[in-house]
Ligand binder design. Structure first.
Ligand code: ATP
Ligand code: MG
Length: 381
């Protein structure tokens, strides 16, 4: 079985069961054939005989809220004789010297943690294992519960963070670029469930569904972390036609404000409470404080920009780690590209943009929403 410790959830006091239930649900979803249950502040995941253990471990390491995990054996009792066979199984094929560490969440065991560690080490030594505290190359861990013990080897670090879903729903603006998938990953780390919104350059919604494979692949690649499966595909052609009525250099900032309005309308429908983007401060010339102000003021909702302070290099490293970088680098027609080519305004005033927006059609938002489609993106396999 896999022993899973959660991290920050420990600080949640009375709300802890809420966070625990979400993490339990997310762990089950990550390894569908497993049985997961909570036992004295840790999770135990039992895998069926036929399960692919490596795949299960690979899934667990991607679930936010997991502080660390280890392959473990559960014993039938808590006497030293009960612990020895499990310890021998775990240490088989490994070279010592080994050190034993014991913790008791059930304190009425009769022996102290140190006594259990000493007696178990002595029993293992008798069985021919090399034991030693100072020069140990590996640790054997034992957690004593009331009627059983968990024996496990090395603990591996999990993702940390909080279980997805615990902080609510956010409309995440996903482009085909490098940044927004990483932003989505970081939002998920703080428990956000993303509903994605992507603007595409196609006139026919069905063509958008067919040709947005790259966007769908990004969502699938993120799923082990984000558990998000909803993608809204919104056309940008209505905006482009309207933008002919405004000076070219304002088309991009106006489009960004327009994206916020579409996102807000979808947020109302979805019960989402904020908008997420991959925007950064000063990464490109249009990402100025005044432009970020202008964009944010187009919506009443909070705009969450988890990459705001990241260097491009840091973003790329993270994109490589989570496997989105290669997908982001594939060719794709990004609809902002044509607007960027026109040297967008780097400083904008909200009033000025509002004035220009009077030239846009009053039905633009509704037309765009009417031509948008919701596409469920199923996990692969
Ligand atoms: P990214 O790599 O995420 O595209 P970027 O550095 O290229 O980011 P911009 O192209 O300026 O930055 O876009 C800023 C943010 O606006 C993106 O991170 C994304 O959240 C949103 N965005 C841009 N284009 C689209 C699009 N076609 N559909 C949905 N959101 C978009
Ligand atoms: Mg981009």
């Amino acid at each position: 079985m896999i022993l899973i410790h959660y991290g920050e959830l420990f600080t949640k006091g009375q709300n802890r069961p809420y966070f625990q239930n979400l993490l339990l649900r997310n762990l089950k979803a990550a390894v569908p054939k497993s049985r997961v249950y909570l036992e004295a502040h840790r999770f135990l995941m039992e895998l069926p005989e036929s399960a692919d253990e490596t795949a299960a471990l690979d899934a667990v390491v991607k679930v936010f809220g997991v502080a660390n995990y280890a392959q473990a054996i559960e014993t039938d009792g808590t006497d030293i004789a009960d612990l020895v066979p499990a310890a021998l199984t775990l240490l088989k094929g490994k070279n010592g010297p080994f050190k034993v560490e014991v913790s008791r969440s059930y304190k009425n065991h009769g022996l102290t943690s140190i006594q259990i560690a000493q007696q178990l080490a002595a029993a293992l030594e008798e069985k021919g294992m090399k034991m030693g505290v100072k020069n140990a190359t590996a640790t054997l861990n034992v957690e004593i519960l009331q009627h059983k013990a968990l024996v496990f080897g090395q603990k591996h670090a999990g993702q940390g963070g909080l279980p997805v879903g615990c902080t609510g729903k956010v409309i995440t603006l996903l482009s085909g670029g490098i940044d927004s998938p990483v932003a989505s990953f970081l939002l998920a780390k703080r428990g956000v469930k993303s509903v994605y919104l992507h603007f595409h350059p196609f006139k026919d919604p069905q063509e958008a569904v067919r040709r947005s494979k790259k966007i769908q692949d990004l969502i699938r690649q993120l799923q082990p972390y984000t558990q998000s499966t909803s993608l809204y595909l919104a056309p940008y052609n209505f905006f482009v036609l309207d933008a002919l009525h405004v000076p070219e250099r304002y088309a991009l900032p106006l489009f960004r404000r327009f994206m916020m309005r579409v996102a807000q309308a979808i947020a109302e429908k979805e019960g989402a409470e904020a908008i997420g983007t991959g925007e950064n401060l000063a990464q490109v010339s249009s990402q100025t404080l005044s432009n970020l102000n202008s964009i944010g003021s187009a919506t009443d909702l909070q705009v969450l920009r988890p990459l705001l302070t990241y260097d491009k290099k840091e973003i790329i490293q993270l994109a490589e780690k989570i496997g989105t970088y290669a997908i982001s680098n594939q060719d794709y027609i990004d609809c902002c590209q044509s607007l960027v080519a026109k040297h967008p305004a780097t400083t904008t005033k909200i009033r000025e943009l509002e004035k220009l927006e009077e030239r846009l059609s009053p039905t633009l938002l509704q037309q765009t929403l009417d031509a948008s489609v919701l596409l469920p993106v199923k996990p692969s396999g």
